[in-house]
Write a protein that binds this ligand. Sequence first.
Ligand code: ATP
Length: 754
Amino acid sequence: MTTKHSAYELEQKRLDETIDLIDKEVDWITEEIKDPTDDYVKQIVNAGLAKTLTYLTQSRLKPYFGRVDFMKDETYDTDSVYIGKRGVVSSDTMDSIVVDWRAPVASLYYSGESKDAFYRTPQGIVRGEVKLKRNFAIEEGKITGIYDGAVKETINREMSDPDDFLDEGYIDEFLSASLDQTNDSRLKDIVATIQSEQNDIIRAEKDRPILVQGVAGSGKTTIALHRLSYLIYNYQDSLASKRFMVFAPNRLFLTYISEVLPELGVEDVQQSTFMDWAAKLVKPLMNKGWRILDPNKPLQLFFEEGENREAQRREARHRMHLKGSLACKATLDAYLADLIETQINYKRLSFIYSRTKHVFAIDGSEIKKLFMEHYANLPFRERLVQLRKHLKQQLNKMVYAHLRELKVDLDKQALAKFEKNIDTILDKYFAAWPTLDVFSVYTGLFASQELLEKFAPVELENRAEVLADTARTSAEIFAAERIETEDLAPLLYLQHALEGMSQAGSFDHAVVDEAQDLSALEILIVSLATKRNSVTIVGDIAQGIHAYRGLHSWDELMKGVYAGSSVQFYKLEQSYRSTVEIMTCANEVLAKIDIPDLFLAKPVLRHGTKPLYQHSEKAADEAGAVIQHATKLADEGFRSIAIVAKSMEQCKKLHKQIKAGLPEAVLLSSKDTEFPEGIVVMPAYMTKGLQFDAVILVGADTENYGRNEEDAKLLYVAMTRPVHRLVVLSAKNGLTELLQTAQVYMEQVTEQEV
Ligand SMILES: Nc1ncnc2c1ncn2[C@@H]1O[C@H](COP(=O)(O)OP(=O)(O)OP(=O)(O)O)[C@@H](O)[C@H]1O
């Protein structure tokens, strides 16, 4: 396979030549930019050259990872294209020595076709046949592996049902080799091993909503970021990466992903949680002295222990669910329409011209029609502006016609006075119209059961109870001059309807990661803030741990937010993160509950050791087991180890208990933004989206995880975080029922055996 490959000599020669050429490029660029210059244009050129120089210097000993031979239908010529992280062009000949992975022709390397292959260029589609797909493992300028599997794989797939391959967990040799090498759990670029179904998403059309349901570890976060890189490379004239936005669930996660961004050449994208971004926009709308409640309060309410919390949880669930739904949008729309219909007195607009006693008038019904129908698609405030403009023009026209009739020739000054008078008349007319302030309209509506009952859609499930709970508990929150994070999206929607959202269309492209955590209304707001619906929304319904908020089915977006648009839905079922042994156990958990639209992960064929399971009779012994396992895993060389308990309270307690035995363990909370290597202790709900070499799951017992959807999903999230090792610990009354069948796939150990 490696040095014995028949093409080894030729390929090594080609690599040596490429390195020589890069060295020449490095020399001339170094020479070119060595002297500082006052010439502004040259400064810009030099800055570009300096970037190229940095990349060439870093990549010279590994300038590419793949090759594709393509015979064009038109000419029957076969070109060999070498593909790397960035393109390399010889400045002597202007030949492309290495092609950037994002270039149109490079899609041949990733797409599954071999015969009837094609790629798109701005000039049109180029068709032909892929003769060879070759992967290289290169270290320090030496080829250490040549893999020609890719075309074989395609042919095999063509011959049998592609699903058979997925069922078998098919994996090509090169991918297998690169996954095996993973001893660093940080997010990294995957340009050398992007799979065909991932490539389709990365290269999907720019101006349409892309929705991706991908199982745990299927590469959703990774490919969403690669898509940004692809878009910026191919549309640099119309897109700017600083107008890209990545929404992710927490600040820790943002730090986690930001490390891969420079690798992908998109380091200056904006990143935020939806809440931080929305809060910034909503604050100027709020009354003085009002605050936004701590977003962690609901998590604690739902995941922390506490007595008599059931009623409180039910009310909160009703309220938060309604505020994130499209039913909320419908309620706001209906209320606004009613305000516009009933609160505005569409009076006749008239005035008398004192000189002639002529009455100029526009009928109230005409004004109403203009406002309610003609300008219906504009925000309220804009409608007022347009209506006023229109009325002024109409009055002016009438006045001029009248003056012409009377053959009165007014001088410039008199005309200006006339116009001023019309302005005064209009000022008076509109002064009687309500101002409809966003914040008061919203708080007024949601604190009133009567108004909610009047305007909420009739088909709302469990309507009476939901509306009563929502109005009563919202009124309580508002009375304390607070709003909660669930109020942000409805407030922004109302701002959009009344004033026009201040951030409307401000992003060139937006990525929503872990989209199952956002509500349909929040996703609608992201779309309103993004030009031409250019959004990539990735998530996994099976990892939706918030029963009280978030998406419960993709239909909420497909048939709701994006109904009537050219939305594209993709499914990723192959999982790349964890070993077969870990994923088998995790899948057993999901099988215990009944989730509609469930997508089970198919792990790639990467094997490891069985997850370990240890039960401690006494709860106090569990901490000892944690220390023992964590120390052993660290000794084995695993660099990132997460100790995961269900709640923050439990984590704090555990952290204290293990401190003496594991002084290096760091307790992470949702306020943390740094993501340290080594041993961390964190609650399960915060592990979402992250990955670790090993996870020690503490307290996997009946008391913590009941057989219900919420707990099962939370457990699943925690179990799908490790790349290599999983240890499950239980105490008290034994292993949770959710793991009963998974137990056969785990190796049970005792304290002495660890
Ligand atoms: N084509 C690929 N080649 C190599 N590694 C891959 C590939 N696709 C995904 N991976 C790896 O799989 C792991 C999981 O990727 P990522 O975190 O993007 O998945 P995810 O779908 O967002 O996961 P989750 O929903 O569980 O948070 C990462 O280590 C990533 O590098």
